[in-house]
Ligand binder design. Sequence first.
Ligand code: SAH
Ligand code: SF4
Length: 386
Amino acid sequence: MAVNLLDFDLEGLTAFCDRLGEKRFRAIQLYRWIHQKGQPDFEQMSDLARSLRGKLASQAEVRALPLISEHVSADGTVKWLFDVGAGNAIESVFIPEADRGTLCVSSQAGCAVGCRFCSTGHQGFSRNLGTGEIVAQLWFAEHRLRQRLQLSVGGRAIDNVVMMGMGEPLQNYDALLPALRTMLDDHGYGLSRRRVTVSTSGVVPMIDRLRADCPVALAVSLHAPDDRLRDSLVPLNRKYAIDELLHACTRYLDAAPRDFITFEYCMLDGVNDAVEQAQALVQLLKPRLRCKINLIPFNPFPASGLVRSSRERVLAFAQVLQDAGLVTTIRKTRGDDIDAACGQLAGEVQDRTNARERLARQRVIAIQPARPIPLPADGRGLEQRA
Ligand code: SAH
Ligand code: SF4
């Protein structure tokens, strides 16, 4: 099978080119063609020697993920569903804001952590994505959006990546690391370390590895102020308890591109949203480390048996944190009309027994996007929509 060049960071591509008898500057040219120009066709890479183009065509490819559907929300949020084989699908979501564009990227099909409030967790774990499958989400979204938004040459659609789609990125570390490097590389997407965020439910040893290998912004999904409650919401807590997790966060701050850790806290009615629990959170975090708290309104799904906290309860909780001097934000829910909000991603996709029918059903959805997206004149991407 052809080598997928999306699997390589620049070092990997340099090694691959070396095996072809090509110098590093050729690898840089090739890498720029792929990631900066979005060109998958070696023939079109006009400044590469014909002989190299020939070698690439026979041995390599830029393997995009087959697109199942593309939905655009009334608020401009775009959700793409990609087929990753064997009846599994993953999602990526683009969230436009006034001053920036954020892409939410998946790292696994399903997730093994099994958090109670997360529909991905309820699906169970199917498999890790490869580096190329993680990068393909950004590759596709960036170049798709550049065409759609008709950005000028050098214009960029995505300046923020958050690893907050499906899956636990730190349980797929070996694939994640080269993907992060391509996001950061000046010859790749050139994103700032502060604008690439890994979100984790708390895989302590891997937080330390990330700190050593590639410190980007870190978000930790906390969701509870004590171990008893966190054990029941985030089962990984039974392995890495809160105290151990906060020690790892403090160590991470030495190398982090920002001088705080973000803690995510999903607001569940009557479970973790009492004023006393906000006070306990202050006691837990304030003396220990610089942090920001992001309160996420729970996105309900029937199997969870959980309910979203009322706006009043969220505000009262936030007030306690703010009064204690903890910087607190309440996440806006975006893309609600297309099920693109946190924890709703590909919630119903995994079903190996009925993979074909299910994919067929999803394709039906694709015919009726909330708002049609004009396709590029050259028809690129069309074959993936069929
Ligand atoms: N596995 C990683 C990253 C993916 S989940 C992690 O857990 O951090 C991204 C964020 O969405 C996490 O903070 C997660 O707790 C939150 N989330 C999951 N399900 C949710 C739901 N139903 N409603 C709101 N937020 C949810
Ligand atoms: Fe996995 Fe994150 Fe969902 Fe927990 S919240 S099940 S870690 S994706």
